[in-house]
Each structure stands twice: as C-alpha cells, then as structure tokens.
Design a protein around this ligand. Structure first.
Ligand SMILES: Cc1ncc(COP(=O)(O)O)c(C=O)c1O
Length: 368
C-alpha cells in the first residue's frame, strides 16, 4: 500500500471543518532544566476531541469510502485511541460503531466510546484475538472495517497533521514522532518528504517492542490470527507477544509497509527507549509545561529532549518539533506504577527474537 502527497492533500480537503487543525506551539519551560538553547516546539494534537490524532484517519476513511460500504456501520479493533476515533466518527455521522477492545483496555476509554453510543465489546487478552473477532463481525454484518495503518485512507488522513505542521512552522530541522503500527508516520513522512525533504524524521518506539529498530524486513502476517494478507514490513514475527509495558498504542509486532520502505531507503531514523526513561521525560514535561502526556507521547518527548541535549553539546541551535500525540488522562494507572517504582525495563533478547522470526511464513517455506 503506497499513497502520494495528492492523497494527503485530498484528505485535508475532505476532513476540513470536521477534525481540528491543532496549533503548533513553542515551549519555553522544558528547555530550562536541560539547559539547552534549541527551540523545542510541539504539535498539540491532544486537543482532538478523541484525545489523539487518530481522529484524522478515521474521519478521512469514513468520508472517503462509498456510502454503500459504510451504511451498515463501521468496525475497529483497538487498544483504545483508534477505537475512540472510529466511535466518534460514527456517532457524528449517525451510523453504528462496533469496537472490539482487549480486556486490559483503559476503562475510561470504554466509558467515552460508550458515551458516543459505540457498541464496545471486550474480547480476549491480546490484540490478535480482538482483531479476529472484529473481522468476523465485519463479514457477518457487511460493515466497513477500518484498519489503523494498513488502510490508505486512514494513512492519508493522518498525513494531514504533517501538512498543518509545514504550514505553521516555516523553519524546522527535526520532527520526532512516537510510532506503533506506523499509520501516522506513513502519512506524515509522505507529506514531509514531498514538501520539505531536508527535514530529519525520527520515529521512536518502546525497547520492549522495537519492530522498526530490530525487526526483520520480510513478508509477514498483519495480525496474530493470520486473517490479514501478508505485508512486507519490519516485523518481530506475528506470534510475538510484547512483554508488559505501558503504551497500548505502541504494542504491535510489525511496522507499516510504507514506513518500513521509507526506513529501507534511509529517509528516516528509528530509535527505542526503555519505559523508565520515557516516563521520566513525561514527568519532567508535566512539571515544566503542566500537561500530563500519554505514555506514547512520552517516547517523542524523550527523543526531543535528547535531540536538544545533542544541540547543546554541538553548540548548535536547531528547531525541533515533536508530536504531542495524546493526553495522559486515560493512563493514570501507568503513572501510578511509575510513581510506585513498579515499572520494569524489558529488553527483547536476541534468542526470543530469533525464535519469533523463525515463524515468518517465508522462512517456514524455505525450511520445509
Ligand atoms: C496516543 C498514540 N500515539 C501514538 C500511536 C502510534 O500511532 P501509529 O500506530 O499510527 O504509529 C498511537 C496508536 O494507537 C496512539 O494511540
């Protein structure tokens, strides 16, 4: 699945007036404790009513599909934020939404989806099981299934965030984004590479689920139930179960094909952090700027702080932007665990990785 800048521009027109154009703001407090002169700016995407940027993709997908396809409603499988976005889109459009969520989902997210009249079904312990249930339901009810990163309309919708940044920030050296399945990065890198190719793009992921930094670039299933088609992407193996860490939106065994391709071309960078490091960054951000970020956003904040520190060491002033992709109000238990010293930093060891990669479909064919 590939999209072009024209798809992102069409998405921008389609969702105009329905999804917020969020502000880019310059921070003046975060720099003080890290004593750097590099201006750090952020895209305040937590201002979307759904609490994250996911609103863009869901709305563009709904409006871009033929009316006939969505008349029986829209369906999603999600750890939370994509589900919220699909629920909100359906509510505004007046069609039914059915959202399949894993049992560990934040209860606050479920309450909000139900407030928007979504039929929320708590299924299974892991994302793969919820996805299977969602696909089965979609087929039975002839509804439209909205995938968070494999659907070109979703990806083009997420890319509108990049167009807004380029418009609002004429000077920018580096953009830093938390990456999970890679839907946002697919759209964003399409917009940035087309319009301002000199900008450095950095994707940040959890050390406990490092699909882009440590995964193999190979054909793999998009889901644990093996119902979705094979995709060429960076993958840790579709049977990989990420160990427990707090960042539901970043728990996925693979990385979107478009992001994987951009990475292979050397057009972006990837890095990963342990959760203690990203929560420290989130708390520093909460103290300096007053906002408690989503654990996913803490990955980008950590990346931005490290880039600002690099500028200090090198005596340079660069404009660094990160995406404040969501607020932390759904994730209080994660902050409690952090405060009580209960977070564990989990490394994904080479032995586990090799075992998981041996299950890749083409490896199995080669071994047979
Ligand atoms: C708040 C938040 N940030 C970042 C991400 C990662 O986005 P993507 O899967 O498009 O890489 C997610 C995904 O659910 C999310 O909920």
């Amino acid at each position: 699945m590939m999209i072009g800048i024209e798809d992102v521009e069409a998405a921008r027109e389609r969702i105009a007036g329905r999804v917020r154009h969020t502000p880019v703001i310059a921070l003046d407090q975060l720099q003080r404790p890290v004593e750097t002169m590099a201006p750090v700016t952020l895209k305040l995407e937590l201002l979307q009513v759904t609490g994250s940027f996911k609103a863009r993709g869901a709305m563009n997908c709904f409006l871009g599909l033929p009316a006939e396809k969505v008349k029986n409603g829209i369906v999603a499988a999600s750890g939370g934020n994509h589900g919220l976005a699909v629920a909100r889109t359906a509510y505004v459009a007046g069609v039914p939404a059915t959202i399949f969520v894993p049992s560990g989902v934040s209860p606050a997210k479920v309450v909000k989806m139900r407030a928007w009249q979504a039929d929320v079904r708590i299924v299974g312990d892991v994302f793969g099981e919820t996805n299977e249930a969602a696909l089965a339901f979609t087929a039975e009810h002839d509804a439209a299934y909205i995938h968070p990163f494999a659907d070109p309309l979703v990806v083009a919708g997420q890319g509108t965030l990049g167009l807004e940044i380029l418009e609002d920030l004429p000077e920018m050296d580096t953009i830093i984004v938390a990456i999970g399945g890679g839907g946002l990065m697919s759209g964003l890198s399409t917009a940035i590479r087309a319009k301002r190719p000199g900008v450095r793009i950095i994707g940040v992921e959890p050390a406990a689920c490092p699909s882009l930094s440590r995964g193999k670039f190979a054909y793999d299933f998009g889901d644990a139930g093996h119902l979705l088609p094979l995709m060429k992407m960076h993958t840790l193996g579709s049977n990989f179960q990420p160990p427990g860490f707090h960042s539901a939106g970043l728990r996925y065994h693979g990385m979107a094909p478009l992001v994987s391709h951009v990475m292979e071309l050397g057009l972006m960078e990837a890095r990963s952090y342990h959760q203690s490091k990203i929560f420290e960054a989130g708390i520093l951000f909460a103290r300096t700027e007053g906002i408690l970020p989503a654990p996913e956003a803490n990955h980008a904040i950590r990346g931005a702080i490290d880039e600002a520190l690099r500028c200090r060491t090198e005596g340079r002033s660069e404009v660094i932007l990160f995406n404040l992709c969501g607020h932390g109000h759904f994730d209080m238990h994660a902050y409690l665990d952090h405060a009580e010293g209960k977070l564990r930093d989990i490394d994904y060891d080479e032995g586990e990785l090799a075992k998981s990669l041996a299950t890749l479909p083409l490896e199995q064919v080669a071994a047979a």
